[in-house]
Design a protein around this ligand. Structure first.
Ligand SMILES: [Zn+2]
Length: 415
């Protein structure tokens, strides 16, 4: 495995011995002081070749063990990563693109990109000898943690706001997690989870505070590089809630350049819903020379997995995206719904609304000229539509009712 050389605060730059601080920088606090894991990139550049990963014969994200802070001897027995990349040639031509690829991360064990992060956090919990894990979330991160803890036989404590919708609790409860509905907001649930984790020595997987999350999330970039045989696309587009997924992808591309397996990064674009644009706004402020201050904004969108009013990984997300030369774009709920249906119809990938937002973002970027024609683009699909099938039914016609007779069927068939 890759031995981290330090954990560094993204805001003040202070470095800590690996594992000496587990969550966030004590000086900068949990919102600004997220940590990034550093490695000896020079040594890795000497040791790693384009074939290194394939030679592991691991068909999961553990094939990138050389670039991970935890060895696969600690891995939980669920396969995260190694998801398909679909080349969409017809759609690319229609959109005027030279290449379009859909990276389908709905095919992870609990059906979202979050499983990449959980694979590493649960591995780290085992490495550190923690008896239990915890997380504050109502969505894919909590479900993912519950699934991996079930496989590991490890207790899992989940904190959700009291208003969490029942359908979202089904997968969680099925995996046997202990779920507390906190009589308060998501932020209060988040804080209680952090306090309880410290007191009871649980390993806290909550978004952004645990630097292991980004280490898992960066593996999507490494896979894309490998699946395209080292020819990274010009642009990568992905939806953004807390900012951890996009931060992870950017870090993955950055590390490929550091270890000299790629000569440039793609420009990475984040997509947010118009009703929940806190990270996009922070990015705009950053481009105007203002400090990246994590701000709280209203969040209202049908894409629940990116409906985040108080993003937790905003500093990393904004800084890393700026380093790639990318940016942010916002899309309406109507565009998200339409894109979800188009992805399903044209590519055969059934994405949850938050994931379909990535594709909606690409269409916006093309319209605005931010992604030029003739570009090569990869779009990440971060969660399955099966998690929230109801929201995909908006605007779709009901099935045609017919009596059980062939003549009746023929009347309605347009052959
Ligand atoms: Zn700091």
């Amino acid at each position: 495995m890759g031995e981290p050389t330090a954990f560094r605060c993204v805001s003040c730059g202070e470095t800590f011995d690996p594992w000496a601080v587990e969550y966030t920088c004590p000086s900068c606090g949990p919102l600004k002081g997220t940590l990034e894991v550093l490695y000896d990139y020079r040594a890795l550049a000497r040791r790693l070749t384009p074939k290194t990963f394939a030679e592991t014969q691991q068909h999961s994200l553990w094939r990138y063990e050389e670039l991970l802070p935890v060895g696969r001897e600690h891995a939980v027995n669920l396969r995260a990563g190694y998801t398909p990349l679909y080349a969409c040639r017809t759609l690319a031509i229609e959109l005027g693109l030279r290449g379009l690829w859909i990276k389908d991360d709905s095919l992870n064990p609990t059906a979202s990109y979050k499983d990449r992060a959980t694979a590493i956090t649960t591995g780290a919990a085992r490495k550190l000898g923690r008896a239990a894990c915890s997380c504050a979330s109502t969505g894919n991160a909590a479900t993912s943690l519950a699934g991996f803890c079930a496989s590991a036989g490890m207790p899992c404590f989940i904190f959700v706001p009291g208003t969490a919708p029942r359908p979202k609790l089904a997968q969680l409860k099925a995996f046997g997690a202990v779920v507390f509905a906190v009589d308060g907001t998501y932020d209060q649930a988040f804080d209680l989870c952090a306090e309880a984790s410290t007191k009871f020595d649980w390993f806290n997987r909550s978004a952004a505070v645990n630097p292991m999350n980004v280490e898992g999330k960066k593996t999507g970039a490494l896979e894309l590089w490998e699946q395209l045989r080292g020819e990274l696309p010009d642009y990568v587009v992905v939806s953004v809630g807390d900012g951890s997924v996009i931060a992870g992808l950017c870090k993955g591309f950055q590390e490929l350049v550091e270890i000299e397996l790629a000569d440039r990064m793609p420009a990475v674009f984040g997509v947010q819903a118009e009703g929940a644009p806190a990270v996009a706004h922070a990015f705009t402020r950053h481009t105007q020379g203002q400090p990246i201050v994590p701000a709280e904004e209203p969040a209202q969108t049908l894409a629940d997995s990116i409906s985040v009013g108080h993003p937790r990984d905003v500093v990393k997300a904004v800084r890393y995206v700026a380093d790639t030369g990318g940016g942010f774009v916002t899309v309406s709920d109507a565009e998200i719904a339409e894109s979800g249906q188009e992805l399903a119809r044209r590519v055969g990938v059934f994405a949850e609304p938050a994931a379909a937002a990535s594709y909606a973002g690409l269409l916006r970027l093309l319209d605005a000229g931010d992604v030029p024609p003739d570009a090569r683009v990869a779009v990440f699909i971060t969660g399955s539509g099966l998690k929230d099938p109801e929201s995909m039914l908006h605007g779709l016609p009901a099935p045609t009712k017919i009596p059980p007779e062939l003549e009746a069927l023929e009347e309605h068939l347009d052959l």
